[in-house]
Write a protein that binds this ligand. Structure first.
Ligand SMILES: *[C@@H]1O[C@H](CO)[C@@H](O)[C@H](O)[C@H]1NC(C)=O
Ligand SMILES: *[C@@H]1O[C@H](CO)[C@@H](O)[C@H](O)[C@H]1NC(C)=O
Length: 138
């Protein structure tokens, strides 16, 4: 039993979840970073929905750690605008709409078995008026 608990702890240690709220019509950046000094430039993919065991589901784009290597035709709104050479693989969604609501997964494919880092971001896109209403109720 102890071993099982330890195993579960190890498996979940590299996962983290964040929530981001953005405004419709703006560019929204979903944060994702890895330690490039330790790991070197590393393959990363971004997908919609929770990350599966391998790769990314509904992949939006991927990088080899130096540049974006895979883009789908719908993906001109998805960009990596951070410093890739510093391990900043944050995804920017341009001109966000409510249809961008949902979970996004960033998988850092660190070499070796079970070394992948998974980051999930829950995005909520709101109209400007909704944001103002919310900040007034604070
Ligand atoms: C979104 O980013 C693009 C490219 O960087 C820029 O041209 C555009 O003005 C930005 N839009 C907003 C609303 O900031
Ligand atoms: C943003 O998206 C809306 C709806 O999809 C579109 O009407 C508008 O032209 C877009 N704005 C920019 C700057 O791309």
């Amino acid at each position: 039993m102890k071993i099982l608990v330890l195993l579960l702890a190890l498996l979940t240690v590299s996962e983290c979840d964040r929530k981001i709220t953005g405004r419709r019509g703006l560019n929204i950046t979903l944060p994702c970073n890895y330690d490039i000094k330790t790991n070197g430039p590393t393959e990363v993919c971004w997908g919609r929905g929770h990350l599966p065991y391998r790769g990314c589901s509904n992949q939006l784009l991927a990088t080899d750690g130096h540049k974006v290597i895979e883009k789908t035709s719908v993906s001109s709104r998805y960009q990596l605008q951070g410093r890739l050479d510093e391990g900043d693989v944050s995804l920017t969604i341009m001109n966000a709409t409510e249809e961008d609501d949902g979970v996004y997964g960033c998988k850092v494919q660190i070499k070796g078995l079970f070394n992948d880092e998974k980051h999930h971001v829950q995005l909520t896109v709101k109209r400007g008026e909704e944001m103002i209403k919310e900040s007034l109720t604070f």
